[in-house]
Ligand binder design. Structure first.
Ligand SMILES: [Zn+2]
Ligand SMILES: [Zn+2]
Length: 125
């Protein structure tokens, strides 16, 4: 590995400009394709949603015990869509997507992409 590679690794991009209101997009800072993924944790005993956080790339509950039943075990759930209730519990993970062909199938992404696909507009002319 060259020294330049090491320097790049040290300067980790947080992809701050890929905002959570989009499902995915290119990071203007590093040029990588980023997909926003939301995760929540739930108590595996009673199923209550737990406030979650991202610690060392692991999704974990903010508190050790469930406030509803005192349980310690939890499960991590990936959300297909974020809503205003879950956003209080959820953690946003910005995934770097290497294979661009397999991503961007969601409606919102598709709508964003129609402007680069003029063929789709023909029917309105
Ligand atoms: Zn970035
Ligand atoms: Zn519980």
């Amino acid at each position: 590995m060259f020294i330049t590679d090491l320097l790049k690794l040290n300067k980790k991009c947080n992809h701050e400009h890929v905002t959570p209101d989009r499902d995915c997009g290119y990071c203007p800072e590093c040029g990588k394709f980023i997909r926003n993924e939301w995760y929540i944790t739930r108590c595996s005993c009673c199923g209550m949603k737990l406030k979650s956080m991202n610690k060392n790339n692991a999704i974990i509950p903010q508190h050790h015990y469930c406030t509803n039943c005192g349980g310690e075990e939890y499960i991590v759930e990936k959300l297909d869509q974020i809503n205003f209730i879950d956003i209080n519990f959820a953690v946003l993970v910005k995934q770097v997507v290497e294979d661009k062909k397999t991503i961007c199938t969601t409606t919102r992404c598709w709508q964003e992409r129609t402007d680069v696909q003029p063929k789709l507009l023909v029917q309105y002319l």
